[in-house]
Ligand binder design. Structure first.
Ligand code: ZN
Length: 446
């Protein structure tokens, strides 16, 4: 079986081929059609989601013999050269290795000369945030008086590190992480064309491991094909990547939530027997618990990289489990993850944490507690907790709402809920204080 590197072979060649970034490609197509072409573009977003690919397509669209056209012909000299990376007027610069002022001054000198082949001169600067301050200043001078028919396309994973003076002169396009379902569908289709079969659970594991980066997903596919030939199963993927299957994580979590510490330990034993390392297990378990927390708090939108089947599995695992409970288990296991990394006795760390976590429900009677959102936040801060904005925010926000009463007990005393029963509220508050105390014993952020 011949397997070209998929990342190169499957690279989208036209705007319509770029997946999950329609908000960008549509706007660019419209700009080209209506001849409103900017001098500088900033493409931001996580790695491997199509920024440089889209920059090259834009270069083709502008310099195609039939162009500027939203649909480059792919056959003319210019299209073929740009696709192969050998066009004289389309220059790709890696901002990380050409970050100094000399490089940018040099660029400024050369940008003055008209395009050798009569079209647009296009500079694609990747990882532009890596430029030095002096280099940015030099760049700014070019952007202030851009030469005719010179276009800059900057790509960056960290737009916050790009100076505002540069940002304000660019048309900005934010590329998104590729949703699991879209990525899965694409990989399956392309794999089929190559005569590669991939099972749904394998596909889902590949998408999860990629973290929404198509480049990573494709390089995983490369490894899988050379590892297993044309038949990719869940076992192949978990074997190669050390990914822990969702069922196992659900079983461990469920044992912990329902105070079955022994079962949790047996499952760990079984997993180690299957060849997973403790580091792999704890990472995967914390990922699962994070999703469990998002489910429990009703912030499911934050779950980005799971298949529908896996989301259903997470949902069923936290059914009837309070979000405070999930949050505390997650905090404990994150603490354990820290200890495991320090490496003293990983096995004892994970087992100790699991046993403690399994006892949490008994110790605190979480069932009697109101959920963190929205009731506790109403009691605690006197207003509804804002919905989680991003996946990263979600657990942190929940943590804040729980911790608040310990720091500021005053607002709690004010009756802000229809429930006027002092005893009940005092009971809730004492629970919250206990939980907050527990947080203090666990290292903050792993
Ligand atoms: Zn062309």
């Amino acid at each position: 079986m011949s397997y070209l590197v998929f990342a190169r072979k499957w690279r989208p060649q036209t705007f319509t081929d770029v997946i999950a970034q329609e908000h960008v490609t549509m706007t660019l197509r419209n700009a080209i059609t209506s001849e409103r072409i900017g001098h500088a573009y900033l493409f931001t977003g996580p790695r491997g989601v199509g920024k440089t690919t889209t920059a090259r397509i834009l270069a083709k669209a502008l310099n195609c013999a039939e162009g500027p056209t939203p649909d480059p012909c792919m056959e003319c000299e210019a299209c073929r050269r740009i696709a192969a990376g050998g066009h004289l007027d389309v220059l790709e610069i890696d901002g990380a290795s050409n970050r100094g002022i000399d490089e940018i001054r040099d660029l400024r000198e050369k940008a003055r000369y008209a395009a050798a082949e009569g079209g647009y001169k296009i500079y694609i600067i990747d990882e532009v945030h890596m430029l030095t301050r002096e280099a940015f200043n030099a760049l700014l001078k070019i952007l202030e008086e851009p030469p005719e028919r010179v276009i800059f396309i900057f790509a960056t994973t960290e737009p916050r590190k790009v100076p505002a003076t540069i940002l304000s002169r660019c048309q900005r396009f934010d590329f998104r992480r590729i949703p699991s379902a879209v990525m899965g569908g694409y990989i399956k289709e392309e794999a089929l064309k190559e005569g590669i079969s991939i099972t749904p659970d394998a596909l889902s594991l590949v998408c999860r491991a990629s973290g929404g980066s198509m480049r990573d997903a494709l390089s995983i596919m490369d490894q899988l094909v050379s590892f297993s030939g044309g038949e990719i199963t869940g076992e192949t993927v978990s074997g190669l990547l050390g990914l822990v299957e969702a069922d196992l994580l659900a079983d461990i979590s469920s044992a912990v939530f329902h105070s079955r510490g022994n079962d949790a330990l047996e499952l760990i034993e079984e997993a180690l027997g299957r060849g997973y390392s403790i580091e792999e297990l704890i990472d995967a378990l914390n990922g699962f618990l994070r999703n469990a927390l998002l489910c429990a708090t009703g912030a499911e939108k934050g779950i980005g990289d799971l298949s529908d089947g896996e989301i259903e599995l997470v949902r069923s695992t936290v059914a009837g489990v309070s979000d405070v409970h999930v949050l505390n288990v997650l905090r404990l296991m994150s603490g354990a993850s820290e200890q495991i990394r320090l490496g003293a006795s990983p096995r004892i760390s994970i087992e100790g944490a699991l046993i403690t976590a399994a006892k949490l429900g008994v110790a605190f009677g979480f069932e009697d507690l109101p959920p963190v959102t929205p009731r506790v936040s109403v009691t605690a801060v006197g207003k509804e907790a804002p919905p989680a904005k991003t996946p990263e925010d979600a657990p942190r926000e929940s943590a804040k709402t729980v911790e608040k009463p310990a720091e500021k007990p005053e607002p709690v005393a004010e009756p802000v809920q229809d429930n006027g029963d002092e005893d009940t509220r005092e009971k809730e508050n004492s629970h919250i204080r206990e939980i907050s105390g527990l947080f203090d014993m666990i290292p903050e952020d792993n």
